[in-house]
Design a protein around this ligand. Structure first.
Ligand code: HEM
Length: 194
């Protein structure tokens, strides 16, 4: 019997980017994000810049047609407020997604949305090790008001409902790989972020 879920875009994204996800976890460990307030602040800068890059892609009409609830997504404003809590004024970096087209953009957004799941663990660590919260310095790691899983499932469903051809799916996967590579670069150079 054929498994009809086998070739869904959401499943392809999960399986075909799994190695990159593992690499992110390793980089996070190496960055010792929760070892000090200074390390955490540099990590928050990376979140801020990445979220800004992602939110730039929300302007695309084609993206909005696939993901109709973009208005509740995105955490750059939360990260910016966290930076203010931490006494940091971001100096600004160029937007890295100016060249990203549809449907690759959906892969970038996938990486950002999926990262809200892992953020549940990071949020707990930020609370336990640094005393931060959803109201102070860890807003960007807090759950969406509706709950992480619900918002995530709706995102995956929207991607699958779009019924992309295999080659379009490949472009979305490519976009996700680009986004992981970009966030990996940020994580590898946290100490240089301003
Ligand atoms: C220490 C760091 C991290 C941990 C512990 C972690 C943990 C997790 C866990 C447990 C899930 C699966 C949740 C579920 O299916 O119920 C997940 C999913 C995901 N995470 Fe992470 N994560 C981390 C960092 C990151 C980073 C830095 C990114 C990207 C910037 C990221 C992107 C994703 C994506 C895209 C998914 C969705 C996978 C799918 O398609 O199901 N994660 N993460």
């Amino acid at each position: 019997m054929t498994d009809t879920t086998q070739n869904t875009l959401s499943l392809r994204l999960k399986t075909e980017t799994a190695i990159e996800h593992d690499r992110m976890e390793m980089l996070m460990e190496q960055a010792k994000v929760f070892e000090s307030k200074e390390n955490y602040a540099q990590f928050t800068l990376s979140q801020y810049y990445f979220q800004r890059d992602i939110e730039y892609l929300y302007q695309s009409t084609a993206v909005g047609a696939v993901i109709p609830d973009l208005d509740i997504r995105g955490r750059s404003e939360a990260a910016r407020q966290d930076l203010t809590d931490l006494g940091i004024q971001p100096q600004g970096m160029d937007i890295s997604t100016l060249h990203v087209r549809y449907p690759q953009a959906l892969g970038w957004i996938y990486v950002s949305e999926g990262s809200t799941l892992g953020a549940a663990f990071l949020f707990k660590e930020a609370q336990a090790k640094l005393g931060f919260s959803a109201d102070f310095a860890a807003r960007n790691l807090a759950a969406y008001p509706e709950g992480r899983m619900r918002v995530w499932k709706r995102f995956k469903q929207a991607l699958d409902d779009a019924q992309f051809s295999p080659s379009e799916q490949q472009q979305v996967v490519d976009g996700a790989m680009q986004a992981f590579a970009h966030f990996g670069d940020l994580l590898s150079h946290l100490d240089t972020l301003k």
